[in-house]
Write a protein that binds this ligand. Structure first.
Ligand code: F6P
Length: 546
């Protein structure tokens, strides 16, 4: 689809929007008793209810036509066939191979990669089993009780999110911790409760050059060397990286280095050996189930017609709100305390992927691209920011996530949780009209004047959109399917917006400038030449640092 044409099609969605401007979801539900059946779908054991959106069949047909015209199916095939769809880095995008459960070859640059993928997974499995069984121990012969993953971005967010989410599968005697921030407080606060004799570090970095990770890794190395002696280092470190030479140089034993490949983007790497701390925490078998769940979603994405394809539907509804309605943020609200890092994980997955403003051809896009993704678990969010979602001036499309079965036998907690999540999407959709408010206040016995003053504050505009994702239980398989669902959603949106979802040049400038500023912050060079603000801040720091 040519640039002008794409812009025209996206603009044409505005006409569709105008058609629905005066029709509320409340009315649409009243007119169509089958709206839930019409606008819900299942895939990989996940139910998506998208009926509480400002859509009708004509809108969905237009959106599906847009996906076809934008070449979603062709691009999906190109990705599967190992074409270098990450054009600015000249790389294939093959994270699906990492979780592929079938027996067909998967080729990248003419080579079947499945042998290498499975060999690394086998090595991860063997190492994990040996650490968990106590076969592999620390330098002094003590069993490991704590595994500290040192990484940032994709080398942290995925494993950290999954480990929290799969807490019911963890063991009390082997805990996983995550250190990412270059702020020394992070590693300090994690290590202060740990015993070096029983602590294993995993240095996770695709490039093995990321400053935060290498700074933390060096501090961890010094902690081990200072307390247990330099010779203890090889027994307390493992690494996950595509840069095997740099890992070896750091002093990590060859058999404790787990590789992956440049066709795996950092934010798509949780399925690779980057998942090692997950396997340590929940056992390799559960990690394997997490991969299998993602593969189930891959099959759904690759084999289901666009009209019933969960990631495609979610992507298109996102495009609809972003481009036809101008909604700029998207909230992800899991009703699951253990999913507390899910939104943070999705922020990288979505915002680093589609936070772009040039097309594949390097021209400025003529439409909005990736939204701001944010969220927190319910019900906590209800008592914090939901006020704005219900009555603020911005409309914020939401995804609600909820399991039918909790892991705990603690009635009445889960019934209450479910009642809350259903209530929120219902309240957002229905709202409360002025007439309803007035009737309510009258019933409470308020005077006319009081009702007049209070009513406007109590009106809910309603007609606020949401998806609900329902699944039986948050198992490793379901979590894998959920993460893959969002990955494919981001892919589809990237194709429609015609951006490269697989590079991240936007993080480079800050890195470069930080490097240049470091000698000035240390007081080794003058700050001259920087703008007045930077010089002023530098001056304040140098005057107050001691
Ligand atoms: O933030 C930029 C980024 O390159 C991410 O894409 C990546 O996940 C993160 O840094 C960490 O990179 P690495 O795994 O190479 O240390």
């Amino acid at each position: 689809m040519a640039k002008g044409e794409r812009g025209d099609v996206l603009n044409a969605l505005v006409k569709q929007r105008k058609r629905l401007d005066d029709l509320s979801m409340r009315e649409m539900f009243a007119l169509d008793p089958n709206r839930f059946q019409r606008f819900s779908a299942t895939g990989a054991d996940i139910l998506l209810d998208y009926s509480k959106n400002r859509i009708d069949e004509e809108v969905m047909e237009a959106l599906i036509a847009l996906a076809r015209a934008a070449g979603v199916e062709e691009r999906r095939s190109q990705m599967c066939e190992g074409e270098h769809i990450n054009i600015t880095e000249d790389r294939a995008v093959m994270h699906m191979a990492l979780r592929y459960q079938g027996d067909r070859p998967v080729e990248v640059d003419g080579k079947d990669v499945m042998g290498d993928v499975r060999a690394v997974l086998k090595a991860v499995e063997a190492y994990t089993n040996d650490v968990r069984s106590g076969e592999i121990r620390g330098h002094g012969g003590e069993r490991f009780t704590d595994v500290v993953n040192i990484g940032i971005g994709g080398s942290d967010l995925g494993p950290a999110m999954v480990t929290l989410a799969l807490e019911p599968y963890t063991r009390a005697d082997l805990r996983a911790h995550y250190v990412s921030n270059v702020d020394g407080a992070h590693i300090h606060d994690v290590l202060k409760r740990l015993d070096p004799k029983k602590t294993l570090f995993i240095v996770a970095s695709k490039t093995f050059t990321t400053d935060e990770t290498m700074t933390n890794a060096n501090s961890a190395r010094a902690w081990i060397a200072d307390t247990l002696g330099e010779e203890a280092v090889p027994n307390h470190f493992a690494a996950v990286s595509t840069n095997i030479a740099a890992c070896a140089k750091f002093g990590i034993r060859e058999d404790r280095i787990f590789g992956f490949w440049d066709w795996v983007g950092g934010r798509y790497s949780v399925w690779s050996a980057i998942g090692l701390p997950i396997a340590m925490a929940v056992g390799y078998d559960n990690f394997a189930k997490f991969l299998a769940g993602a593969d189930a979603m891959d099959r759904h994405f690759l084999e289901t017609p666009l009209e019933r394809n969960l990631p495609v539907i979610m992507a298109l509804i996102g495009v609809w709100y972003r481009n036809a309605w101008g909604f700029s943020t998207h909230a992800v609200l899991p009703y699951d305390q253990r999913m507390s890092r899910f939104a943070a994980y999705l922020q990288q997955q979505d915002m680093e992927s589609n936070g772009k403003s040039v097309t594949l051809a390097g021209k400025k896009v003529g439409w909005s691209t990736g939204p701001i993704v944010w969220g927190e678990p319910g019900t906590n969010g209800q008592h914090a920011f939901y006020q704005l979602i219900h009555q603020g001036t911005d409309v914020i499309p939401c995804d609600f996530l909820i399991a039918a079965r909790p892991h705990e036998d603690l009635p009445p907690h889960h019934d209450k949780l479910v009642a809350n999540v259903l209530a929120q999407s219902e309240a957002l959709m229905l709202g409360k009209t002025k007439d309803e408010v007035v009737a309510e206040l009258k019933a409470q016995g308020l005077e006319k004047d009081q009702i007049k003053a209070l009513a406007p504050h109590k009106v809910f505009p309603g007609n606020r959109p949401s998806n609900t994702l329902f699944y039986k239980q948050l198992t490793p398989e379901v979590l894998g399917s959920l993460v893959a669902l969002y990955e494919h959603k981001v892919f589809v949106q990237g194709v429609i917006w015609n951006v490269n979802s697989y590079d991240q040049w936007g993080v480079e400038l800050g890195k470069q400038l930080a490097k240049a500023l470091l000698p000035k912050v240390k007081g080794e060079q003058s700050g001259e030449g920087h703008d007045a603000s930077t010089q002023g801040l530098l001056g304040y720091y140098l005057a107050n640092k001691a």
